[in-house]
Design a protein around this ligand. Structure first.
Ligand SMILES: Cc1cc2nc3c(=O)[nH]c(=O)nc-3n(C[C@H](O)[C@H](O)[C@H](O)COP(=O)(O)OP(=O)(O)OC[C@H]3O[C@@H](n4cnc5c(N)ncnc54)[C@H](O)[C@@H]3O)c2cc1C
Length: 501
């Protein structure tokens, strides 16, 4: 073990790997990030075609406090790296009877709710008060811990608050105890539906997402979501992190009962510890010797994954009035598609879908007078890719867009790229082609998620399959927590060795 500067390898230049690398380098560790692709960002990469700049994954910039903390915790100011704007409306939901804009700020949302359901404004106040307390509890207690043990959550105050807010009862019940109007219910349920599971299977803890939505707001980094990746890479390089792209880790080395480094296709990189920001299942089941695997193939086959996604990246040679930066199309029966995602996996005939049109806010992501569209259809996890079904869904979604917007779209498509489960598998080694990791179900929450600490001492997992879960902010947090855990582990190793001599 090095007596001078500690050495770490981080596998994967996605958000979790970048957050870990920044933290470690700031603390004086010599860090090498090894990424199999030719660019950083992982699921949040970007690509360009004919003047259109497409963010490949995340488009909702929520919980800006977390991104800010990643920078400020190492003495940097995020605003020197990003030009963030708050969107207003935050988003629009297209219901069967037409579009409804959700404005920025809880006072304005209160008015919208009140118009839909008399009395719902006051109910929103109490709902958000509780959601705010859960957010504070989550941020304070849950997410900044490794979650390796129930003890991480078991302080008397935390237990009292958990009981008080019945955080493990269902989110569906919790929302319905405050509101009756189906549109309000759908607005409050959509964050968990798109990122994890149906609200009747999600713990009420996740109403903290409604606080993030309505109070903290929807933001956008000008230039696109990739700007956050670029800002983090710049910060990492300022701290001395070195990056190796197009370098795939083939296995994780072990010496004397702890990690010794990683083998890439070119060389063996020595390390005092390793943080794996690549998909947990891939690292554990394919890069680690069997005796160091904590979980069996059966364990993995029993995991409930969050929905898969079919994505169309479209360049349109005209503007499309009627769309906002974010529009959710809930204009067909909600439960029919939700059941095909979560209950009996199958292809929807008329899907719910989501359209991002960042060109509504940002003129740099499309040529002048053009529209940049990202269309996402959630589908059941593990459903085998099927080009015919994908094409049918594409046609259906474009027809629906034309009907709802009352304008022509099809003849104006000048750029089209498709992305599905098979791409997630081949690009990211994603287990069952998952887009957003494990479903946020009650039995896969907090300490019930795959553990951050490996059975192999010195290997730590970060990213959307471990605590605290899927999404940009949780992945960033997991990287930072894994970095902290790894350094504590190394310190205890060194103390042990000193005591032995
Ligand atoms: C379509 C889509 C939309 C989303 N929308 C949102 C949103 O709007 N808001 C939000 O907050 N979140 C969103 N998310 C979730 C969010 O993007 C992810 O949770 C987050 O980016 C995951 O980061 P990560 O570091 O865990 O993994 P990744 O981004 O997947 O990074 C892992 C990296 O490891 C690399 N890797 C894998 N195997 C190896 C190997 N053997 N050797 C070297 N490198 C390897 C991969 O190439 C990859 O770059 C979305 C995700 C998707 C897919």
């Amino acid at each position: 073990m090095s007596k001078t500067q500690s050495k770490a390898v981080v596998i994967g230049a996605g958000f979790s790997g970048l957050a870990a690398a920044i933290r470690l380098a700031h603390d004086g560790v010599q860090v090498t990030v090894v990424e199999q692709l030719d660019t950083p960002g992982g699921r949040a990469r970007k690509f360009e075609d004919s003047g259109f700049v497409f963010d490949m994954g995340p488009s909702w910039y929520w919980m800006p406090d977390v991104m800010e903390a990643v920078f400020s915790s190492v003495g940097a100011d995020i605003h020197s790296y990003l030009n963030l704007v708050r969107l207003d409306p935050s988003y629009q939901v297209w219901f069967p009877d037409g579009p409804l804009k959700i404005p920025a700020g809880s006072r304005n949302v209160r008015d919208v709710f009140e118009q839909l359901e008399p009395g719902a404004g006051a109910h929103l106040d109490t709902f958000l008060e509780e959601a705010k307390a859960k957010y504070a509890l989550g941020m304070d207690r849950f997410v900044w811990e490794s979650g390796d043990s129930i003890l991480d959550f078991a302080s008397p105050t935390a237990v009292f608050q958990l009981m008080r807010y019945s955080v493990f009862s269902s989110l569906s019940k919790h929302i319905r105890s405050h509101f009756k109007h189906p549109q309000i219910i759908q607005i409050l349920e959509f964050p968990v539906l798109f990122l994890g599971s149906k609200s009747d299977k999600s713990p009420a803890l996740y109403s903290l997402m409604n606080y993030a939505d309505i109070e903290l707001g929807t933001w956008y980094p000008m230039g696109g979501m990739f700007e956050l990746v670029a800002g983090m890479v710049a910060l990492a390089e300022e701290k001395g992190v070195s990056f190796r792209f197009e370098t795939e880790v083939e296995y994780i080395g072990e010496r004397n009962g702890h990690v010794s480094g990683v083998q890439t296709q070119n060389e063996f990189l020595d390390a005092d510890f390793v943080i794996a920001g690549a998909d947990y299942h891939h690292v554990e089941q394919h890069l680690l010797a069997p005796k160091w695997r904590r979980y069996s193939p059966e364990y993995w086959s029993e995991r409930k994954m969050s929905p898969g996604a079919i994505i169309f990246y479209l360049g349109i040679d005209r503007k499309l009035p009627g769309l906002e930066h974010h529009t959710l199309f809930f204009d067909v029966p909600f439960d029919a598609h939700a059941d095909l995602i979560y209950e009996t996996p199958g292809w929807p005939s008329d899907p719910l879908f989501y359209v991002a049109a960042p060109s509504k806010t940002d003129s740099t992501v499309a040529p002048e007078g053009h529209e940049n569209l990202f269309i996402l259809i959630p589908i059941a996890a593990g459903l085998e890719a099927n080009a015919d079904e994908r094409e049918r869904l594409f046609e259906r979604v474009i027809s629906r867009l034309e009907e709802r917007l009352e304008t022509s779209v099809r003849p104006h498509i000048v750029v089209r790229h498709d992305y599905d489960q098979s791409n997630f598998e081949s690009d990211y080694n994603a287990f069952r082609g998952n887009a957003y990791g494990l479903a946020n179900t009650i039995d896969q929450t907090a300490f019930l998620k795959p553990k951050m600490k490996s059975k192999l001492p010195g290997l730590f997992f970060a990213g959307q399959l471990t605590t605290p879960g899927p999404g940009v902010p949780p992945s960033l947090i997991s990287g930072q927590v894994a970095a902290k855990e790894a350094q504590e582990w190394l310190k205890s190793q060194k103390k042990g060795m000193e005591a032995a001599v």
